[in-house]
Design a protein around this ligand. Sequence first.
Ligand SMILES: C[S@@+](CC[C@H](N)C(=O)[O-])C[C@H]1O[C@@H](n2cnc3c(N)ncnc32)[C@H](O)[C@@H]1O
Length: 240
Amino acid sequence: MTTKTGTLYGIGVGPGDPELITLKALKVLQEVPHIFASCSTKNTYSLALSIVRCHLNGAGIEHLPFPMTKDPQVLASAWERNARRVLEVLATGRDAAFVTLGDPLTYSTFGYLLKTLKRLNPEVGIVTIPGITSYSAAAALTHIPLTEGEESFYLVSGALGAARLKEVIDKSDNIVILKTYRYFDEIYQVLADLDLLDRTTCISRCGLEGETIVENLRELKGRDLPYLSMIIIKKKGKGY
Ligand SMILES: C[S@@+](CC[C@H](N)C(=O)[O-])C[C@H]1O[C@@H](n2cnc3c(N)ncnc32)[C@H](O)[C@@H]1O
């Protein structure tokens, strides 16, 4: 008798508030016997897991460590090791979930896991359950429409570098920059050069303890931002 292979659910848990999760995600999290959460190689903390912990029904929890490095070889071997571990659990016939912050296919570790799993086993059963992105929640919090009418919208990483960031800003009406924390000085300078500091809002730790909204970016000059920070730029202004 062959065991039916389990399914992996890639679950977006939203950006922080445990109520910003879909009913579908909640149902799966309460039914799967095994939950994977990524963490660094230094500790077992997972923000995604801490967001949904209050919803869990006793599923087994397993951390998948990922080294904080940009070395492609080290990263590839970590992905392979973690993907093989996921396949091992699915091979026992159990379903499993992999929890991720925000949406699983927006700047998320889940994207890499998905590709590695499919490469190792093209038949693997994967269901992705979308989550509320950090920038959707931040737009709601600040009452900033991300797009209206025929406007365009660009989502970028803060690691883009000044020249490319200027290019992107030039092309779009509305821009959201995620992963700002390490590059804030550079981003600040680009916004100052383009005279956009007054059309920019910085949101940190949206839906979490320590949530802050800064409308006047000048207040942040030279300051360190928390890891969970983003910038919303409305080139035409906020309109109110
Ligand atoms: C690796 S990306 C994850 C994006 C996530 N998958 C999403 O759908 O929004 C991490 C970046 O998302 C942003 N972010 C995620 N959660 C946030 C929150 N609660 N408040 C502010 N920014 C957040 C920050 O820019 C952070 O550096």
